[in-house]
Design a protein around this ligand. Structure first.
Ligand code: ADP
Length: 281
């Protein structure tokens, strides 16, 4: 297409001219929503405590007085409603879909808030899963949210990739476990974020150690930690360590994590809380 015939609509044109705009795959936000900072919480594989860390970060921001939300993009393993003890279903009308609010007021959208039976498996193919996450961004009315935490699908495959491309993620927190740190999996998650030019806040190691309930001694259940070494190798900061804490597991199982007195992720929260908390439309 030459300059005189160019209508500046690159989506409809195959010409590889100099002024070509990159295709914007970002899903639009619902017109009644306002969402400030969007933080993705990722892990190289499932089961490392990603949903627990997502919840701990959101709880801490909500405690600081910010309007906080969790978008549960882990469609095949949604844990947020259980951890926060949400039993009500999400409602909708002709305007959109409404999140469910936790005990302390965190706005949550998760597939488990829409399914009739929370234990029904989601046996959908990748594009449907990624499409559902886009709908959680586009069709949910997120009311004046300062900080949104996205519990990302685990791994580095097609679904997390599409979610990364669809949502305006400001930065990510990578959750690992001691065993994951000795493998190459966490390195893949870090490299994926770097390839996509998504800023990385840093690494959080979950299940780092066990505190002896009798003497308070730290027990390195999985041997010496490789956290600092892996962080240095990839030049990203360490944001914190969460021990294996039976009180955390029990609070998750009761759906009362918000009521538990703990302060494990202070540093991570301080870093995320550097903005002025302003909301953008
Ligand atoms: P993921 O999202 O990575 O699949 P979850 O965050 O859902 O993993 O963790 C699964 C469960 O394991 C949690 O609900 C919690 O009961 C338990 N768990 C995770 N991390 C810890 C921890 N540090 N201490 C105690 N229990 C934990």
């Amino acid at each position: 297409m030459n300059e005189t015939t160019c209508d500046h609509n690159c989506d409809q044109c195959s010409s590889n001219c100099e002024s070509r705009q990159p295709l914007d795959l970002k899903a639009p936000l619902h017109q009644m929503s306002q969402v400030g900072k969007v933080i993705g919480v990722v892990s190289g594989k499932g089961g490392v405590g990603k949903s627990l860390v997502t919840s701990l970060l959101a709880i801490a921001m909500q405690r600081r007085g910010f309007r906080t939300a969790i978008l549960d993009a882990d469609i095949t393993g949604p844990s947020i409603p259980r951890i926060l003890g949400l039993t009500a279903k999400a409602t909708s009308d002709e305007i959109g879909l409404y999140p469910v609010y936790s005990k302390t007021g965190i706005a949550v959208m998760s597939i488990n808030l829409l399914l009739e039976n929370a234990d029904d498996p989601v046996v959908w193919r990748g594009p449907i899963i990624a499409g559902t996450v886009k709908q959680f961004w586009t069709e949910v009315i997120w009311d004046r949210i300062d900080y949104m935490f996205v519990d990302m699908p685990p791994g580095t495959g097609d679904v997390p990739l599409t979610v990364f491309q669809s949502l305006p993620i400001d930065g990510i927190v990578i959750v690992t476990s001691p065993q994951e740190l000795v493998s190459v999996i966490v390195g893949k998650a870090i490299k994926m974020a770097k390839l996509m030019n998504i800023p990385i806040y840093g690494l959080i190691e979950n299940m780092s150690y066990l505190l002896c309930p009798d003497c308070g001694k730290k027990i390195s259940v999985f041997g010496p930690s490789h956290l600092q070494e892996v962080a240095a190798k990839h030049q990203i900061p360490v944001l914190g360590e969460v021990p294996i804490d039976p009180a955390l597991a029990a609070a998750c199982d009761r759906g009362e994590l918000e009521l538990l007195e703990q302060n494990y992720l202070q540093l991570a929260v301080d870093l995320i809380d550097d903005s002025n908390g302003c909301t953008k439309k």
